[in-house]
Design a binder for this molecule. Structure first.
Ligand code: SAH
Length: 249
């Protein structure tokens, strides 16, 4: 449906392999596929495979590197997820703004979403390799999410932003459509005409209509047919009638 292959999830120095597996699963659920592991403490691991369930392909394809610098070397946009605000303020995004930025830029550059260690997060040097930080607005009494849960929240926002963009494209197409949509009255004339022809060709029995006309109505309302298309269909029906008359002679 859409291509998220330019977006990587980078896990830095993860201690629990279960979190790596759960991350792979969250990524696959949300349509992401590129996982990069910076110095994982325990990988490959059966525990990761167990938690990944049907996302082991992501674990198999994961790239393992030595430093965050290496992980993001080919990325034009690097966003670090951090539960805490730091002493030196850094451009900070909400998960939604982060996702919108990622989706806007992902077709022209590679993007890295970076997540830190379970116990201490990302260190200052790593945070400074990021163009932006993203913070999930969790409860202030306990704002630190489980690593894979944080990955899920961010990946879900990315997916939602991608879906929203498809919605926008559909609206834009509507705005630039070259023909007016058919009016209710025009469509009603069409249904009358359609029904008449379907009866004439013995496709439709008015004594036993079943749900044929309802289904036809549902079909054409789903399409929101335009005036030109309506005229073409009316033309086809008229020609069918004309040919039937000829045969009757
Ligand atoms: N105790 C660590 C948090 C580690 S949680 C700390 O205070 O930094 C592991 C990782 O999950 C974090 O490094 C971060 O990338 C992500 N994470 C957890 N909670 C988050 C939140 N509220 N917002 C953004 N990222 C979060």
């Amino acid at each position: 449906m859409f291509d998220l292959s330019n977006i990587s999830v980078v896990l830095v120095n993860t201690s629990h392999p279960g979190n790596i597996g759960a991350t792979a699963r969250a990524m696959k659920n949300m349509g992401l596929s590129k996982l990069v592991l910076v110095q994982p403490e325990n990988f490959p691991s059966g525990v990761a495979v167990g938690r990944a369930v049907s996302a082991t392909d992501i674990l198999d394809a994961a790239r393992v590197v030595e430093t965050l610098q290496e992980a993001v070397a080919d990325c034009g946009l690097v966003i670090g997820a951090s539960a805490r605000s730091r002493r030196i303020p850094w451009p900070m995004l909400s998960p939604q703004a982060c996702a919108e930025k990622v989706i806007r830029e992902k077709d022209t550059i590679r993007v890295a979403l970076v997540f830190g260690r379970e116990d201490s997060g990302l260190n200052n040097e790593e945070l400074q390799l990021c163009h932006f930080h993203v913070q999930i607005p969790a409860d202030e009494n306990y704002p630190s999410l489980n690593l894979a849960a944080a990955v899920m929240v961010i990946c879900y926002e990315v997916r939602k932003a991608a879906l929203d963009r498809i919605g926008t494209a559909v609206r834009a197409e509507d705005e630039f459509w070259d023909q007016e949509k058919a009016t209710g009255e025009q469509v009603e004339h069409f249904y009358t005409h359609l029904e008449r022809v379907m009866v004439k060709i013995d496709f439709h029995d008015p004594e036993n209509p079943r749900q044929l006309m309802q289904r036809m109505r549902r079909l054409f309302s789903r399409i929101r047919i335009d005036v030109m298309e309506m005229n073409i269909l009316r033309g086809i029906l008229t020609n069918i009638e004309f040919h039937i008359k000829d045969q009757d002679k």
